[in-house]
Ligand binder design. Structure first.
Ligand code: HEM
Length: 432
């Protein structure tokens, strides 16, 4: 059986097991065996009530504890999960005679030291405060350009026409492809993100392979071009110049930047706009003081994080919160739950921009895998909010918000809005 079909069959079987476990009340089943657009936060509270570390019959443990999540993410006795048998990427597939590279399982996101340290160091210089300052003006210009485009339309889709476009341009600039075909870039990014998110059917698996194939063909051409004509300050030119780096490492690193930096940021912007529309007092303050956007972004990260969980495994059998956990057993840290831990956050379900403990959230993880793009994401989202509400102070929902059908990544997939000129709608979902 071709491995794509075999993987799809395994995924399908896995899904049915999860549905059954959901019916039986298993904590992981209740999260993953149900409609993925369903509000996950009550489930995290249920996990919290059951204990600090909760065992699932599906071979993993879960925690919504902020203290335990933080300590596991920082513990050198724990590492990232090894590539798994249910990978949605067919590792035997090829493009132009070369192997398809999995953007998640072959990137440093899932490497442990010392390989992780070596690969992360190669791209870290683009994410320093200095690197960020250099990108701020570009980001603000990109935001204004896209706002110009939607300004003439009374209604538009916030995700498709705005939030989804800003991060693509930023990543394309970072990779050194300023005149990128953004439609193709967005298509590849959407397909590739399913490598993190998991695929739900054979169609999504084919789209993932197709996206990988097209993106890798594009990258192979870009690499050739950069060998002949290095750019002054882009990631691909720097990686090409590094003779110790294999083609597959280069591709995996570049793919990771696209996957990790795209949907996450899109969803942060979408979640932040949802929060502002649901809290008129926040909108008023944002209109009076655009610098308040940073606090709004930080509180959105805490209360409604785009990445909902991280997974670690102990390298050897160990005791965790009084439970013996065999080496290699996954522990899922529910970031969205840890961020509402009442031991750390006062009135944790309330949206309170500017709260003193705001930055304690785990939305960018912690420890050695702490998100490399955290500063960039914060800066992009704040620029997007500032620009959007300055231009459209009366922005309103123009129809129901459709959530992404995903447990791993949370945010709106479709978000129709009106710039306030036409009839107003109030059909907006609030996040308390
Ligand atoms: C709101 C936006 C973002 C969120 C919520 C987010 C979240 C995360 C999280 C939770 C991790 C760690 C996963 C783990 O510990 O297992 C991570 C890692 C990473 N992120 Fe982000 N991210 C965002 C934006 C970005 C951007 C804009 C970039 C770059 C363009 C980026 C690049 C990375 C990279 C390279 C890693 C791997 C770090 C490592 O393994 O050492 N992220 N991100």
């Amino acid at each position: 059986m071709p491995s794509t079909v075999k993987n799809a069959a395994l995924l399908f079987a896995g899904r049915n097991v999860m549905r059954l476990q959901a019916l039986l009340g298993d904590p992981a089943g209740r999260l993953f065996g149900v409609d993925p657009t369903r509000d996950p936060y009550p489930e995290y509270e249920r996990v919290r009530r059951r204990g600090v570390l909760v065992k699932s019959r599906m071979g993993l443990h879960l925690t919504a504890s902020h203290a335990l999540s933080t300590s596991l993410l920082r513990d050198p006795g724990f590492g990232v999960l090894a590539p798994n048998a249910l990978s949605p990427v067919d590792s035997s597939a090829h493009v132009g005679g070369r192997r398809l590279v999995n953007p998640v399982e072959e990137s440093f996101l899932v490497l442990n030291p010392p390989e992780h340290t070596r690969m992360r160091r190669l791209v870290a210089p683009w994410f320093t405060p200095r690197g960020l300052r250099a990108q701020t003006a570009t980001v603000e210009r990109v935001v204004e350009d896209y706002l110009d485009e939607v300004a003439g339309r009374p209604t538009f889709d916030l995700v498709r026409d705005f939030a989804g476009r800003v991060p693509i341009q930023v990543i394309a600039d970072l990779l050194g492809v300023p005149n990128a075909d953004h439609t193709a870039f967005a298509r590849w990014a959407r397909a590739l993100v399913n490598a993190i998110d998991g695929v739900r059917d054979l169609g999504e698996m084919r789209a993932l392979h197709q996206g990988l194939r097209e993106f890798q063909e594009f990258l192979d051409d870009l690499v050739e071009h950069r060998r002949r004509e290095p750019g002054p300050d882009d990631v691909v030119s720097a990686l090409v110049a590094n003779e110790d780096l294999s083609r597959d490492d280069l591709i995996a690193t570049t793919e990771l930047l696209l996957v990790a930096g795209f949907e996450t940021t899109v969803n942060l912007i979408g979640n932040a706009v949802l929060a502002v529309l649901g809290h008129p007092e926040v909108r008023e303050r944002l209109l009076d003081d655009p610098s308040y956007a940073e606090a709004v972004v930080e509180e959105t990260l805490r209360l409604d994080p785009p990445v909902q969980y991280a997974v670690r495994v102990p390298f050897a059998t160990t005791e965790v919160a009084g439970t013996r956990v065999p080496g290699g057993t996954p522990i899922m840290m529910l970031i969205g739950g840890a961020n509402r831990d009442p031991g750390v956050f006062a009135d944790p379900h309330r949206f309170t921009p500017g709260r003193p403990e705001a930055r304690e959230h785990l939305s960018f993880s912690s420890g050695i895998h702490y998100c490399l793009g955290a500063g960039l994401a914060r800066m992009e989202a704040a620029a997007a909010l500032r620009g959007l509400f300055r231009r459209f102070p009366d922005l309103r929902a123009a129809g129901p918000v459709v959530r992404r059908p995903s447990r791993a990544i949370r945010g709106p997939a479709r978000f129709p809005v009106t710039n306030g000129v036409k009839k107003r709608h109030t059909m907006v979902e609030t996040i308390s």
